[in-house]
Design a protein around this ligand. Sequence first.
Ligand code: 5CA
Length: 441
Amino acid sequence: MRLTQYFLPTLREDPSEAQIISHRLMLRAGMMKQSAAGIYTWLPLGHAVLKKIEQIVREEQNKAGAVELLMPTLQSAELWRESGRYDDYGKEMLRITDRHERDLLYGPTNEELITDVFRSSVKSYKDLPLHLYHIQWKFRDEVRPRFGVMRGREFLMKDNYSFDLDFESAKRSYNNMFVAYLRTFQRMGIKTIPMKAETGPIGGDLSHEFILLADTGESEVFCHSDLLDLDVLASDIDYDDVQSIARIIDQYTSLYAATSDMHDAEAFNRNVPSDKQLSARGIEVGQVFYFGTKYSEAMGAKVTGPGGEQVAVEMGSYGIGVSRLVGAIIEASHDEAGIIWPEAVAPFDIGLINLKSGDSDTDRACEDLHAKLQNAGKAVLYDDTDDRAGAKFSVMDLIGLPKQLIVGPRGLKNGSVEIKDRKTGAREELSLDAALNKLTT
Ligand code: 5CA
């Protein structure tokens, strides 16, 4: 992609409305633009990251046996009256009336809608377990939307719903999602710590939040520091192997971890040696809930059990803040010059910098490298503008692509170009072929 043909409206100055680093950097890097309080347009660079994150979420959901569908953003109030949540949800729910005076709402979550989908077609225990998910925009009319996409009003969520015949099986669904979440976040280049959580308006009695540690996090958290060393990607996963899944859950839940709501200072001191006590701030990037028959009883989602009896299905729901993750990853990965994208979620793999656009040798070399890198399957953002070299370097550092390939007339005279690693800052001078080789293998 040539920068002259792209749309990257970067800002030189720090925008005054942004209080935290990810919000500032997303605005400065031209990733998004606020259109109303807590509502954003995703500009091409931000959109590219959002799609990368969404795809990792999707792949890990599918691997764990969940099936994707797409429910609408607007929902009928009728369903929410059945569960009793229409009145309970309060002002956070955006309520809309259509031309026929029918009550609609912009979905803040989808337990009711999915339960309705389920009850209208699943009638037998033989069709269980079933896990359905979608990746769809939600709306919550937060009193104080802030921190950019981290606490928006309109935000993108992956929400998954599991249906099982009994508690044993529902617990397996919960455990599988728990492990899928650990894998999902680690693949994005971030480590999250699962912490026991309150269930809030979703309900139920078992819930974990997945917390990304970052200084600017909204919640205060306490945990055993060994949790940070666990590696869930080290071995392959088999979701049918109940024992091995339970072992992973055990590894994560046997060490102390709690948000301030659930924190027990006495238990923390008793169970965690002082040199392993970590108190930090964190961002909730996902939450899983088991709530049994709360919705299935209220809405009549029953199946015929093995003995012919009618059984209300056991349910759980599992959310990931897809759009929040864009900001959260930046909170966890940046420096004073800008964003440092983990490779897996970077909007482009390589930033190609032409230090002297208009110089025919330099242009030719850049064109050639651009084409060869793209043919090798790399996503390249080629800065072919006639800006000063200094300005080009700052923009590349700001937008945080993992590798920069720097091409100028002086180097080319000796047949060399430079590769800069955004994260370490290490620069290396190489021949054109060696550089290509290095960036494509
Ligand atoms: N129905 C359940 C799970 S499917 C549910 O709604 N869970 S939730 O309320 O915990 O939301 C799931 C995730 O969405 C959260 O972990 C968080 O990462 C994200 N999220 C929640 N509110 C916002 C918001 N206002 N802005 C951005 N992301 C949000």
